[in-house]
Design a protein around this ligand. Structure first.
Ligand SMILES: [Zn+2]
Length: 203
């Protein structure tokens, strides 16, 4: 096996890891408020992060922002989320720069709700109370979805990650963090009470 084929193998397995994690999330249906997910992939000097978190954690609600206050809340949250290095603080020695941000609000929860309650459609001729409920959209879920690309001059210096995220978003209680590099893979549960990951010795 040449050095090149090894590198290609690593790249493919990192992508598979990320896509598998995404597919798993899509299948989960209703999410858990207070709980989000962050995938981190480190490949050479490039660090990619993907955050998927309930709207409840970020702005405290999941309906469409309608009032000026709600719209301002969403706009402010988006500004905060765009600044990845302020939320997910990496050691200065790693010299990371944010090079790309993709931020979106996913309202796919509605479809999942309809799908989960598919059996109700069997009652379509009977006009049950259930169908009325489904149309009120009470179970609607919204997620903030952000992907980030960072370039780090010294990625080997990413020995810890501090999650200022929890201070920025007090409704967020925990994050499941998956980190994969060319040599290591790790899963961590980070909480508002313990907002740090110590990677020294493990990456
Ligand atoms: Zn929700």
């Amino acid at each position: 096996m040449t050095k090149n084929t090894i590198a290609i193998g690593v790249a493919i397995s990192l992508m598979t890891f990320i896509h598998a994690a995404e597919a798993e999330q899509r299948q989960l249906g209703a999410h858990e408020h207070g709980h989000g997910k962050l995938n981190i992939a480190i490949e050479g000097k490039r660090v990619q992060m993907e955050l998927e978190v309930p709207g409840a954690d970020i702005v405290g609600f999941e309906h469409m922002a309608t009032t000026p206050e709600e719209k301002a809340q969403v706009a402010q949250a988006e500004e905060q989320l765009k600044d990845a290095l302020k939320q997910f603080v990496l050691p200065a020695a790693a010299s990371c720069t944010l090079v790309k941000v993709d931020l979106g609000i996913d309202t796919g929860g509605d479809e999942e709700h309809v799908h989960e309650h598919e059996h109700e459609h069997e009652n379509i001729g009977r006009k049950g109370d259930h169908k009325e409920d489904a149309h009120e959209g009470e179970v609607r879920h919204t997620e903030f979805h952000a992907t980030y690309a960072l370039d780090c001059a010294s990625p080997e210096q990413i020995k810890m990650i501090h999650f200022a995220y929890f201070k920025s978003f007090p409704n967020a209680r925990s994050l499941s963090v998956n980190i994969v590099s060319e040599t290591q893979q790790g899963s961590y549960e980070v909480t508002a009470n313990k907002p740090d990951i110590d990677l020294s010795g493990s990456m």
